[in-house]
Write a protein that binds this ligand. Structure first.
Ligand SMILES: Cc1cc2nc3c(=O)[nH]c(=O)nc-3n(C[C@H](O)[C@H](O)[C@H](O)COP(=O)(O)O)c2cc1C
Length: 243
């Protein structure tokens, strides 16, 4: 399939064929491809739980309101954000970028690039991601509003804004996964109609883990109509600024 065919093949599938299992290694490969999705500041504050055990899928179904996209699924992937990983990530990234700089740039640039990375990862990111018992988000937002009177500033600085930032990045990972699955001829359905608290408890996910969405996986049951793609007119959403 070319890219257009892959995008068009991806549909939210609610009934999977019970006779058509998935190759777990291929699904895992799709998740590896999904990890190439862009994330804010490249912090990669997401993880996924690839569920291949049918008994676990069955135990999760009630927490997903017994949607057929789950009860008929061959496998599930639970995408989560892990906001608390930010500090660990900054140190991991410093090392990774350090090695990358030495690989791709002449030695006289190393100190300059190391400093730029360190300034960003050890100053800007802690400023942006620290919680301070939930109070720092408010103070940070206030500081940004005042600074913003005099110069351009990043406005999305409250705790809620940062939650949205992490879910945005995680959703790009999930979408990349769904397209990779489509390229394999596999089907998926993204789900947020779920009781996230129950899912978190059933899977024993660590505290601080926030469920982004579950993507159910299988191969569509050809006897169940998928229906046409329902979209509002593109012209109502498309605004060109320029020629
Ligand atoms: C974030 C998100 C959450 C969704 N949650 C559900 C869900 O809980 N149950 C469901 O059946 N479909 C769910 N969907 C699928 C949408 O209903 C579906 O993508 C939409 O109707 C368009 O259909 P298409 O994907 O086949 O083009 C979700 C989609 C997204 C992006």
């Amino acid at each position: 399939m070319n890219f257009e065919e892959i995008v068009k093949h991806r549909r939210a599938i609610r009934y999977y064929d019970p006779e058509k299992p998935l190759d777990t290694a291929r699904v895992e490969h799709c998740l590896r491809l999904a990890s190439l999705a862009p994330t804010s500041s490249n912090l990669q504050l997401w993880e996924c739980y690839h569920i291949t055990d049918p008994t676990v899928i069955a135990s999760l179904a009630p927490a997903c309101f017994s949607q057929t996209a789950v009860t008929t699924a061959q496998q599930l992937v639970v995408f989560v954000t892990k906001p608390r990983l930010w500090r660990q990530r900054t140190h991991e990234l410093i090392e990774l970028y350090r090695a990358d700089t030495r690989k791709h740039h002449p030695e006289d640039k190393w100190a300059k690039y190391d400093k730029l990375r360190a300034d960003y990862l050890l100053k800007v990111i802690p400023f942006t991601y620290s919680r301070g018992l939930g109070l720092w988000g408010l103070i940070r937002k206030g500081l940004v509003q005042i600074t913003g009177l005099f110069r351009p500033v990043p406005r999305q600085m409250s705790e809620g804004d940062l939650t949205a930032v992490q879910h945005k990045s995680c959703a790009l990972v999930a979408q990349t996964f769904m397209l990779a699955m489509s390229a394999e001829g596999y089907d998926t359905c993204p789900l947020e109609g779920i009781d996230t608290l129950r899912v978190r408890r059933l899977l024993g996910l660590p505290r601080g883990t926030k469920i982004n969405m579950i993507v159910s996986c299988g191969i569509r049951d050809d006897h169940r109509p998928v229906g046409d793609r329902i979209r509002v007119p593109f012209e109502s959403q498309y605004h060109r600024i320029g020629e």
